[in-house]
Design a protein around this ligand. Sequence first.
Ligand SMILES: Cc1cc2nc3c(=O)[nH]c(=O)nc-3n(C[C@H](O)[C@H](O)[C@H](O)COP(=O)(O)O)c2cc1C
Length: 196
Amino acid sequence: MFKAIAFNGSPRKNGNTHLMLSKVLEPVAAAGIETELIQVGGKLLHGCMACGKCRENKNNQCVITSDPVNEYIAKMLEADAIIFGSPTYFSGVTPEIKALIDRSGYVAIANGRKFKHKIGASVAVHRRGGAVNVFDSLNHMFLMSQMIVPGSLYWNFGVGRELGEAANDQEALNNMKDLGETIAWLITALHNTPKI
Ligand SMILES: Cc1cc2nc3c(=O)[nH]c(=O)nc-3n(C[C@H](O)[C@H](O)[C@H](O)COP(=O)(O)O)c2cc1C
């Protein structure tokens, strides 16, 4: 079974980032692909300690075991597509999603570039400004991990402040639907293509 996994970096579980990620996953699920949306924001995720132990141990894990990042890494290694979502906080990503990016990205590279040729996509939400920076930041690990990052109708972000307000951003909803359709198409296409 193919799988797409999304991580919500917002501490607001049912907020605008969750909404955008759900809209991306809808057409993926409709194509018969397993989907999962994991709440990361609001959890106590430790940042990367730069200890280098993942490069020594090569066991697909981070040495920090006080939080669920290793569980998330295991799911990412199984997935065909990984999707990050974050609200804009002072023009940046949330610390929880940043911790996940740094630790999962480093562990994957340390273990033989395990994210190679997986699909990576990101969505951001802002009230007024900074989402382009968040979108860029979320994609940086993908783009140096030999991953395939699909484009859509615009850069993947929605506009809204209060819980659920981004539901009024029809252009963003169309964008997320298109992104999900492309992810579903890519997952199938890649599985029918010989590995290089
Ligand atoms: C600490 C903090 C910083 C924020 N900084 C920005 C910002 O720089 N630019 C912006 O447009 N909105 C900013 N916002 C607003 C959120 O990005 C916006 O409310 C968004 O919809 C939240 O997404 P969520 O519902 O998924 O939590 C900030 C909100 C918080 C709590």
